[in-house]
Design a protein around this ligand. Structure first.
Ligand code: ADP
Ligand code: ZN
Ligand code: ZN
Length: 806
């Protein structure tokens, strides 16, 4: 029996903590333990059992004991533990916070606080000073804690997260027959059971309830029976009479309601699809790590390839994971997955509650679901015998977590596959520069789907130069004459239209014409956005909401103007131009949950909408065959941002949204409005030329020492106090200067592009190095320096492979 246990706790400290194991307790490595930490109880992961007493401070600090071992077997197996350690190391994240991200089990740990009366308190009680204090305010309790009459204790403990529902079960027919003959007398039994003298006739309500239950196969949730037109007491009566039983059952996970598309296996696979399948199949069969980049243009049938190879893996009794970028992609894919895999699939996405997430996690762990699909954190699904990981739209920035641990799910997927000896497939129409570069360097096998299915043509793209439109019409236009004309034509032909404007709200800026100032968020250095229907101003960065101003906050002038256009205003404008058209909108204001999303897509699919307006949410993945025109209204705003990935992102967005047109029988067209018509991102997107874009962008990256040629990290120093942020970044700046670090460029400190965000003032450094190892060594030294200077760990953010430099 080991004496000590090293525990990783989800606290922002780069340490593990050693606890003593009380006799008789048997924690397991990879299992959760409950331990005292400062004034709390925390659950952490046991990462090592050993007999080495902790050296430091043993004289003064008494080593604390593990309170409870929460698991009999590991919740993180050896491979996931190893993966967690790799993430902590690579992204410089506290290991306990990494494990917390990997385990969606927070629902199983209930925080609760108890108050225990102390001896002093008992004494006071005898003096009757505490009488009547059983239901008291927290402030009063705190007061008593200070007086040491009572002690506050954290008594948090594990609890079972499975949500149970009450289900009514109809007992076997014979048992019922014995209890009661049918009402109408037809087929009446020759005799009633004399052993059951209490048997009585069923009244109408009781009969109705029993029939309803029989009709639904003999069992139904109690909640569902409530909708029957019978008195509430009826069920209870039937239970007492032994006709119905009530049992607790785990609530079923509700599957996606999106109508499944054509079965993914009904058509003949194209030659290219077959080749892709064969290559992926080989990689899986080798039982060694193998990476493939599946570069397939929009509409080339990538999803069908994913499903087919996951199907093969399942037939071999092995497991696979499919990662999708965000909720937007999940409903259609979820419907397909359910159709192909039925109950064998577990779906994890951002719309799940903690309890639902825990439930799915347990199903996967028990081996009931060997096909897992989900967003970012699904890469940690506890499957065993992992054979294949697929990352769809691998370039998508939502794979990067923008809080600690700042991991990139695509890169973690590759590492997980390496550790498991599995195959990993990165799929995209517009691969990231990094992945395509890796494929070119033979780190991944490049597999291409160069044509759309059934040789459908890619849409023709027409560029409309908005500067010229302004000169010719004499005013700022949102919808160009060309786009209006094309929309009208489609509506006449009963075809469908999508219009992209990648900015939600009504107007993004409120400007004072008298003093020139704009309305800024009180927490962030950004403009507040006007939301007309909800009659508010909202900050899109921190969520702060304010009244719509009737005069300028700076000078009091009444000349405040709402400038610019968001998706809400675009919808209104289109309504005005095409009053008969049925127009829907998809953005974060209209989509509160998965249901809204599916609703809008279904409506478009079924022809209940003529036009769909929206932000990048409409650009991704959707496969709607009636759409023949895509209008792009301002998707090039990003080109003006100070971020080296601006061109890449714009190219990807334009290519993606263009890919929504002409996926059915009729060919598609794209009208691309832009103020940057000569920009290479716009030009290559219009020509559907990924390789052209890649070559050009790669030159720029080489020249500027950006990825894929250099590893980069963003180090952000933040504080609500401007002088603190300045002092700390100054100190670290001087430290970087005097530290010798060959082969690493350090830029900064500089004010971040968004100088203030969520109340914090922000300064940053950008590190670039061809050697990731050297870069991480320097970053570790920097963190040690920051700790020595008493800069709180939470105020120094290290973002390795940063995706946003804002
Ligand atoms: P991608 O993900 O590459 O954009 P999808 O996988 O969504 O493309 O496929 C586009 C459409 O073509 C879907 O409706 C799909 O069912 C269909 N499809 C896929 N493969 C074939 C094929 N071999 N023959 C006919 N239709 C196909
Ligand atoms: Zn003003
Ligand atoms: Zn804000």
């Amino acid at each position: 029996m080991a004496l000590f246990c090293d525990v990783a706790l989800a606290v922002p400290l780069d340490l593990v903590f050693t606890y003593a194991i009380p006799p008789g307790m048997e924690p397991v490595v990879g299992g959760r333990v409950l331990v005292p930490f400062r004034q709390q109880r925390l659950s952490g992961i046991a990462i090592e059992l050993h007999d080495r007493p902790p050296r430091v401070n043993t004289a003064q600090v008494k080593i604390k004991k593990v309170i409870e071992a929460l698991d009999l077997s590991p919740v993180l197996d050896e491979q996931l533990l190893k993966l967690g350690k790799w993430i902590a190391d690579y992204y410089l994240a506290p290991i306990g916070e990494v494990f917390r991200t990997m385990l969606p089990l927070s629902a199983e740990f209930k925080r609760s606080i108890a108050y225990r009366i102390t001896d002093e308190g008992r004494l006071a009680l005898q003096e009757e000073r505490l009488r009547g204090a059983t239901r008291v305010a927290k402030a009063l309790l705190s007061g008593m804690v200070r007086k040491k009459w009572i002690a506050r204790e954290d008594v948090s403990a594990a609890r079972d997260a499975a949500r149970l529902v009450k289900v009514a079960v109809l007992l076997a027919a014979e048992e019922r027959a014995e209890a009661a003959p049918p009402l109408d007398g037809r087929g009446a039994r020759p005799h009633t059971n004399p052993a059951k003298p209490t048997a009585k006739k069923l009244n109408e309500s009781q009969q109705a309830l029993i029939e309803a239950l029989a009709a639904s196969g003999g069992r139904a949730p109690v909640e569902a029976l409530r909708s029957l037109d019978v008195p509430r007491t009826t069920l209870g009566t039937l239970v007492r009479r032994g006709l119905i039983d009530i049992v607790d059952e785990p609530q079923n996970f509700t599957a996606s309601k999106l109508k499944p598309r054509q079965s993914p296996f009904e058509f003949e696979f194209s030659t290219a699809q077959k080749e892709a399948l064969a290559k992926i199949g080989e990689a899986v069969a080798s039982r060694k790590f193998g990476g493939l980049l599946l570069h397939g243009i929009t509409g080339s049938g990538k999803t069908a390839v994913y499903l087919a190879c996951m199907h093969e893996v399942l037939e071999q009794g092995r497991a696979s994971i499919l990662l999708v970028p965000e909720i937007g992609l999940t409903p259609a894919v979820a419907a397909d997955l359910h159709q192909v895999f039925g109950d064998e699939v577990a779906i994890l996405h951002s719309g799940l509650s903690n309890a639902e997430r825990a439930e799915q996690w347990h199903r996967i762990r028990r081996g009931e679901a060997r096909v897992v699909a989900g967003t970012r954190s699904a890469v940690f699904a506890p499957v065993s015998d992992l054979a294949l990981v697929i990352v769809d739209e691998e370039q998508d920035s939502s794979y990067k977590q923008e809080e600690t641990p700042r991991y990139h799910a695509r890169d973690v997927a590759v590492m997980r596959a390496k550790m498991a000896g599995a195959a990993v497939v990165l799929g995209s129409a517009t691969p990231s520069l990094e992945s395509y570069y890796n494929a070119k360097k033979n780190k991944y096998a490049l597999v291409e789907l160069p044509d759309r299915v059934e040789m459908r043509p890619l849409p023709e793209v027409e560029i409309v130069d908005m500067r010229q439109e302004f000169q010719e019409t004499g005013q700022e236009q949102v919808i160009s004459r060309k786009l209006a004309e094309e929309i009208r034509e489609r509506l006449d032909k009963k075809e469908q239209v999508m219009v992209l404007l990648n900015r939600r709200g009504y107007s993004p800026v409120v400007l004072c014409r008298a003093c020139g100032k704009t309305l800024q968020c009180k927490n962030c250095a950004v403009s507040m956005t006007h939301h007309k229907r909800e009659r508010k101003m909202e900050c899109h960065y921190c969520g702060h909401v304010a009244h719509i101003p009737d005069k300028c906050a700076h000078c009091g002038s009444e000349y405040v103007y709402f400038v610019g256009t968001g998706s809400e205003k675009l919808e209104e404008l289109l309504h005005g131009m095409f009053p008969q058209a049925r127009i829907g909108r998809l953005d974060r204001d209209t989509v509160r949950g998965r249901e809204d999303f599916e609703h809008a897509l279904n409506a478009l699919n079924e022809g209940a909408l003529d036009m769909l307006v929206g932000t990048q949410m409409i650009a991704k993945g959707h496969d709607i065959h009636g759409v023949t025109l895509v209008g792009v209204v301002g998707a090039d705003m990003a080109l003006g941002l100070p971020d080296f990935r601006a061109a890449e992102r714009t190219f990807q967005l334009l290519t993606q949204v263009a890919g929504r047109a002409g996926r059915g029988q009729s060919p598609g067209k794209v009208v691309l409005q832009t103020y940057f018509q000569d920009h290479y991102a716009v030009q290559f997107a219009a020509r559907h030329d990924f390789v052209g874009f890649y070559d050009k962008e790669l030159q720029f990256r080489a020249w500027m020492h950006y990825p894929p040629y250099s590893a980069i990290a963003n180090v952000l120093i933040r504080s609500e106090k401007l002088d603190e942020a300045l002092t700390w970044s100054g100190e670290l700046g001087r430290w970087f200067e005097k530290t010798r670090h060959e082969g690493i460029r350090v830029l900064g400190p500089a004010a971040a592009a968004i100088t203030r965000l969520k109340r914090d003032y922000r300064y940053h450094f950008i590190l670039k190095s061809p050697s990731r190892e050297k870069m991480n060594t320097l970053l570790r030294a920097m963190l040690a320096e920051a700790a020595a200077r008493k800069i709180p760990r939470t105020q120094v953010i290290v973002d390795v492979d940063a995706v946003w430099l804002m």
